[in-house]
Write a protein that binds this ligand. Structure first.
Ligand SMILES: NC(=O)c1ccc[n+]([C@@H]2O[C@H](COP(=O)([O-])OP(=O)(O)OC[C@H]3O[C@@H](n4cnc5c(N)ncnc54)[C@H](OP(=O)(O)O)[C@@H]3O)[C@@H](O)[C@H]2O)c1
Length: 293
């Protein structure tokens, strides 16, 4: 739809959006799955763009696209405190792809207490959140392995802890995919909860962030309590844009140095419903709307 260009109020900045990441939650938001969304509403949380004073910025945040108009439009109004300078090392498309994945991965690692020397398995390692979690955990000095699915509905393929993320290539499924012992497991798929609990070390933590299907999963209680293990959730919708900007500023030197990289498999698209429908149908890759890039 054609909307008038918004006008900035006090403590707001008008950003001309150059690229806007599309997350699965944007799709579920449009489908009405988030009861706190106020409508009518422009969806979209992640963005990279230019202010009227010419500064290249990026950002993300819970309210964008949910309780105030979001980033899937040529212009977005952002609280002034929610702006961070875009890393020069990232294109607008790359920067727009980082927001929700890195914010979610960061808090997943915080909740799972992943620090120096911890062993971590990231399931869904080639995805946006998964690849961010692997990089952030390596920065923390954790011993990280990633797992990707071999094919729909089958096993997991593991990657060595030093392997580049883009080298995670599916092969034959191992016989016992989770027969190991990790201090923490980040499951970005919601499909591996029960085997993950059985693969935790004493006091281990498994982080969940998505509930496929009806939102309930059987939990192997004996495996859980015998290890004194815990299941912890992460919800990026609890972090407002100003708080996310602080985190993005903190991560920026690592993007500039190349220690952190934007999600691979970028799928740039013009504004429209096609990537929403593709994600709803389970498409892989990181979709990004582009405006004049
Ligand atoms: N709670 C929160 O705040 C929050 C925030 C961000 C994301 N999420 C959710 O977390 C999930 C991941 O987000 P994302 O942005 O990283 O999505 P993504 O980029 O699509 O990544 C998902 C990854 O999981 C893999 N995968 C899917 N099903 C699998 C299975 N059964 N076994 C093994 N791997 C499987 C996919 O493999 P392929 O590459 O083969 O497709 C893909 O690499 C999404 O469901 C999203 O809605 C939640």
């Amino acid at each position: 739809a054609e909307l008038p260009t918004p006008r900035a109020g006090a403590d707001e900045v008008l950003v001309r959006v150059r690229a806007a990441g599309i997350n699965r939650s944007d799709v579920s938001n449009v489908l009405g799955s988030h009861p706190y969304t106020t409508v009518p509403r422009v969806p979209g949380r992640d963005f990279a763009g230019v202010t009227s004073s010419g500064e290249a910025v990026w950002g993300t945040g819970a309210e964008l696209g949910f309780r105030r108009d979001g980033t899937h439009a040529e212009y977005v109004l952002v609280p002034a405190k929610a702006l961070a300078s875009k890393p020069r090392a990232l294109s607008f498309q790359q920067a727009a792809a980082c927001g929700v994945p890195f914010v979610t991965a960061w808090h997943a690692l915080e909740h799972a207490r992943v620090g120096e020397g911890a062993t971590l398995l990231v399931i869904g390692a080639a995805g946006g959140v998964g690849s961010a979690a692997i990089q952030l955990a390596r920065l923390r000095g954790a011993k990280v392995e990633g797992a990707v699915r071999v094919k729909q509905g089958s096993g997991l393929e593991f990657a060595h802890r030093d392997a580049p993320i883009q080298d995670l290539t599916p092969a034959e499924p191992p016989a016992e995919p989770l027969a190991r012992s990790w201090d923490a497991i980040v499951d970005t798929t919601g499909r591996w909860l029960a085997p993950s609990i059985g693969a935790l070390a004493r006091g281990g933590r498994v982080v969940v962030m998505v509930s496929p299907g009806a939102g309930t999963e059987p939990v192997p209680l004996r495996d859980l309590y015998r290890r004194e293990a815990s299941i912890v959730g992460v919800n990026s919708l609890l972090y407002p844009a100003a708080e996310c900007a602080e985190l993005l500023r903190r991560l920026t030197p690592h993007f500039e140095s190349g220690a952190l990289r934007a999600p691979e498999r970028l799928q740039p698209r013009p504004l429209g419903s096609e990537p929403y429908l593709a994600l709803k149908d389970g498409a892989s890759g990181k979709f990004v709307f582009t405006f004049g890039e």
